[in-house]
Design a protein around this ligand. Structure first.
Ligand code: ZN
Length: 273
């Protein structure tokens, strides 16, 4: 079996961002989950990006036993009231079943767009890491054009044994090495298949399989053969085969090890197939 460690079914099943789930969300999500299960993708981590999307993720996780949520605010989604969002996350963690919310994310630094407030990103990143530490949860990191700053923040928490995923890994081999030393796994999906990303294929051929988790980031970042179309968790099977071919190992080995990595990180119970 496979686990998609990073997707946004909440975004796939509605037309706008940052609005509640539609009334028929259950049947829409069921279709996505059935398509994924047909490709052996039977477990899903649905990742939050804002308060309202995090609430949507928790609703989905409560509705489906094989779906879990992470909650948090993405660096590009921080509003003036971000501190209130963190208070709300804390409440959600105190009042929600322990096996519903398995991580904090996606959080991090994104300096790609100059209009975003760097200080606010830094403050929110740190206070969400501290929330993860308080509740002993994994963190899901988004980093873009901010590699040194991201590593510097993670290094500050080295002694606290933080754990998590560098989501949509697209940094250097050196970054990969430091991230692994800091207790992080590397998340990979569609970008592994993009022609321009030979550097990623090199990194993901040589890092230990025990440091890799599979993710789609659906509906974003589809594999090369379906670029321009919405991605879905079912594509994990394609990514796994692609990675297996790169590493010249069996897809079953990829499935087994990457699933195990995700289970340990998120402390999810194994299920018998
Ligand atoms: Zn994402």
């Amino acid at each position: 079996m496979f686990i998609d460690t990073h997707c946004h079914i909440n975004t796939m099943i509605k037309k706008e961002f940052d609005v509640p789930l539609p009334y028929n969300f259950e049947s829409l999500a069921k279709t996505v989950l059935h398509q994924a299960a047909a490709q052996r993708v039977t477990q899903i981590i649905n990742v939050g990006t804002s308060l309202i999307e995090s609430i949507n993720c928790v609703i989905l996780a409560k509705t489906f036993p094989n779906v879990w949520a992470t909650i948090g605010t993405h660096p590009n989604d921080l509003s003036d009231s971000w501190k209130n969002d963190i208070i709300a996350y804390k409440k959600m963690l105190q009042t929600t079943d322990k096996d519903t919310i398995v991580g904090i994310g996606e959080i991090g630094l994104d300096y790609h767009y100059p209009e975003f407030n760097k200080q606010r990103q830094y403050d929110a990143f740190r206070s969400q890491i501290e929330l993860a530490l308080e509740f002993d949860l994994a963190i899901v990191i988004h980093t873009r054009d901010a590699h040194d700053e991201t590593l510097r923040v993670l290094e500050e928490y080295k002694q606290n044994s933080i754990r998590g995923i560098i989501h949509c890994f697209s940094e250097t081999a050196d970054f990969a090495k430091t991230a692994q030393e800091l207790g992080f796994l590397l998340g990979i999906g569609g970008p592994l298949t993009y022609p321009k990303n030979q550097f990623l294929r090199d990194i993901f051929t040589s890092v230990p399989l025990t440091s890799i988790v599979l993710e789609t980031d659906a509906p974003f970042l589809p594999p090369q053969y379906m670029r321009g179309k919405p991605n879905s968790p079912s594509q994990i099977a394609f990514i796994a085969q692609y990675l297996a071919d790169l590493r010249k190992i069996s897809v079953d080995e990829v499935a087994q090890v990457t699933t195990d990595n995700a289970h340990k990180l998120f402390r999810i119970e194994k299920v018998v197939e």
